[in-house]
Ligand binder design. Structure first.
Ligand SMILES: C[S@@+](CC[C@H](N)C(=O)[O-])C[C@H]1O[C@@H](n2cnc3c(N)ncnc32)[C@H](O)[C@@H]1O
Length: 243
C-alpha cells in the first residue's frame, strides 16, 4: 500500500476493524488454523513476528498462549488499538512497533523463529522485496506463515458470505446486533473497495504456482498450501527456510 494515503485508509479502518473481524467466522477459523500450525512447529524462546499486525487480534491471542510476539504495522490508529489490548492484559511477552514493511526492517534485538503475514503481504508495493527482506530475519529452519488473496470474490460469493456472516453473528450476539453489524460490514466494504479501486494503490493476488514462484528466491520451502477464508478465495501458506 502506497504512502500516506494508503496509511490513512488503514487509520479509518482501525475504527471498524475489530467489530467486524472478531465476529467474522472465516477469519476466526484462520486463526485456529495458525494456532494449530504453531503448535506443531518447533517451540523455543525465539520471537514470532506478526508483520502487518493491524489491531493486534492475532498477536494478542498468540501472546495469551505464551508466545513471545512482536507486532509491526504502519498505521498509528491500528497500532494504538493493539497497544491498548496489550496494556489492558499486561502482556509482557508482546511488543508493538511502528514500521513500513515496504522498507528494509532491522530488528537486531529480536531473533525470530516464525514470521506471520496475515492479509498484509498483498498490500505491499513490491511483495517480492518485502518477503526477501523479512525472510532474511529468519534462521535456517525458521518458518513463514501467510495468507493472501488468490483471486477476487464473485458477487454471488460476496453476497452469500455476507448473509452467512450476519446469520452466524446474530445467532451468537442476538438479533438486536444485526443492524449494527450491517453498518460495520458496509463501512468495511466501502473501505476495502476503495483500497482495491484506486489505480495508485497496489493489490496483489497470487494463485498456487505464483505463490511458489514468490517463495523460491527467498529460499522458502512449502510445507502447506491450502485454500482459506471466504469461499476459498485466499491461500494459506506455511513454509520453511532451507537449512
Ligand atoms: C488487512 S489488515 C491485516 C491486519 C492483521 N494482520 C490481521 O490479520 O488482522 C492489513 C494491515 O497491513 C498494514 N499495512 C499495510 N501496508 C503496510 C506497510 N507498508 N507496512 C506496514 N504495515 C502495512 C495495514 O496498516 C493493516 O493494519
Amino acid at each position: 500500500m502506497k504512502g500516506k494515503h494508503g496509511n490513512q485508509i488503514w487509520n479509518w479502518m482501525g475504527y471498524f476493524y475489530d467489530q467486524f473481524y472478531k465476529s467474522f467466522p472465516p477469519y476466526l477459523r484462520l486463526h485456529q488454523k495458525i494456532f494449530n500450525i504453531l503448535k506443531s512447529s518447533s517451540r523455543d524462546s525465539k520471537w514470532v513476528l506478526d508483520a502487518g499486525c493491524g489491531t493486534g487480534l492475532l498477536s494478542v491471542e498468540l501472546a495469551r498462549r505464551g508466545y513471545p510476539v512482536v507486532g509491526i504495522d504502519q498505521s498509528s490508529a491500528m497500532l494504538s488499538r493493539a497497544w491498548k489490548k496489550k496494556e489492558k492484559e499486561n502482556l509482557e511477552n508482546l511488543v508493538f512497533l511502528g514500521g513500513d514493511l515496504n522498507a528494509k526492517i532491522n530488528m537486531p534485538s529480536f531473533s525470530f523463529q516464525q514470521i506471520i503475514l496475515i492479509h498484509s503481504l498483498y498490500l505491499m508495493e513490491q511483495p517480492q522485496v518485502t518477503l526477501k527482506n523479512l525472510s532474511s530475519l529468519l534462521p535456517p529452519g525458521g518458518e513463514m506463515i501467510m495468507c493472501n488473496p488468490s483471486r477476487r470474490l464473485t458477487k454471488r460469493e460476496l453476497l452469500s458470505g455476507g448473509v452467512s456472516f450476519l446469520s452466524e453473528a446474530s445467532r451468537r450476539e442476538g438479533m438486536q446486533s444485526i443492524f449494527y453489524l450491517i453498518g460495520i460490514a458496509l463501512a468495511m466494504g466501502v473501505l476495502n473497495h476503495s483500497i482495491q479501486r484506486r489505480k495508485t494503490r497496489i493489490y496483489h493476488c497470487w494463485d498456487e504456482s505464483e505463490v511458489r514462484d514468490l517463495l523460491r528466491p527467498c529460499g522458502l520451502r512449502v510445507k502447506l498450501l491450502e485454500k482459506s477464508c471466504l469461499a476459498g478465495s485466499h491461500l494459506l501458506l506455511w513454509a520453511e527456510k532451507g537449512k
